[in-house]
Design a binder for this molecule. Structure first.
Ligand code: AMP
Length: 281
């Protein structure tokens, strides 16, 4: 496995791969890898000649400095996991390599970055878009793999690729969960034992809400029930529970089956912010 910390040698390597007519799959990550990440690597490996994973905790997508500072970093273990799964290339730059002295560009997404994650993490998607554009330009992938776990992020990147005409295919890979249903996340490493047990309430709330909505309960009533269900657990707090149209990405006031609705949830277990989602069908 080739490991690059700098852009110039990585670009030279990529040029060689392109010249030989091989396809490249890209899996961007922030490290602290788990099996969810590995499923993205496996998807890329099955469809491409060369798989490039990136490990970079992108500061411009963090609106909360404490969250950035406490983000888990396990680079040596990550590299080991990537080697084991047969990843071909790892790119793990530092901030200076990615941003230089300063960065002026901001990216906006109209109504899309004002709701859900965008509402509670102002500037988050601008940071995501910026770093993803940089990675697309450096690595020139044929395909890029993202997780449904960050569904709104996937929607934003889909818009980015469509509007900026990136010449690549995007894939959205299903959420991998722990045996008790908790969505795998690097942030789970920050949960204490009690929080880890109680954090499954986000998944359970999604299951309960799905059942209620499918059987005709009103969305507003379900939202209230979800909040109660989450917050009756110690240290658990709901930030939002929304139903979104997965085709036009708008937030819904009621069920519209034509848009393949998806339920999105975010909240805190102690100080750790967690997100999850589930399609209604
Ligand atoms: P992150 O390192 O959290 O930025 O995640 C890197 C990529 O892995 C993103 O596209 C995530 O959506 C995806 N991912 C994170 N958690 C999971 C999971 N539990 N299952 C599948 N993909 C995931």
């Amino acid at each position: 496995m080739e490991i690059f910390k700098q852009i110039a040698p990585l670009k030279a390597f990529i040029e060689g791969v392109k010249r030989s007519g091989k396809t490249i799959g890209l899996v961007p990550t922030m490290g602290a890898l788990h099996r969810g990440h590995i499923s993205l690597i496996e998807a890329s490996k099955s469809q491409n000649d060369v798989t490039v994973a990136t490990i970079y905790v992108n500061p411009t997508q963090f609106n909360n400095p404490a969250d950035l500072q406490k983000y888990p970093k396990t680079l040596a273990k990550d590299v080991e996991m990537l080697e084991k799964v047969g990843c071909d290339v790892v790119f793990c730059p530092d901030d200076h390599e990615m941003y230089g002295e300063k960065s002026l560009i901001k990216v906006e997404f109209g109504h899309l970055d004002k709701v859900m994650e965008g509402k509670f993490r102002p500037g988050h998607f601008s940071g995501v878009a910026l770093v993803v554009c940089k990675l697309f330009n450096i690595i020139q992938p044929n395909s890029a793999y993202f997780g449904q776990k960050d569904w709104q992020q996937f929607a934003i990147i889909q818009v980015l690729v469509d509007e900026l005409k990136f010449n690549l295919s995007l894939y959205c890979i299903p959420i991998l969960r722990e045996p008790d249903g908790l969505a795998m996340s690097s942030r789970n490493l920050r949960l204490n034992e009690r929080q880890r047990v109680n954090a499954t309430v986000f998944y359970k709330a999604l299951l309960t809400a799905r059942e209620a909505l499918r059987t005709g309960k009103e969305l507003q009533t379900v939202k209230k029930a979800v909040k109660e269900m989450v917050e009756e657990k110690p240290e658990m707090r709901l930030e939002y529970f929304e139903l979104a149209d997965s085709k036009n990405f708008s937030v819904l006031e009621g069920i519209d089956w034509a848009g393949r609705p998806i339920m999105c949830i975010a909240g805190y277990a102690g100080e750790v912010r967690l997100i999850d989602n589930m399609f209604l069908d």
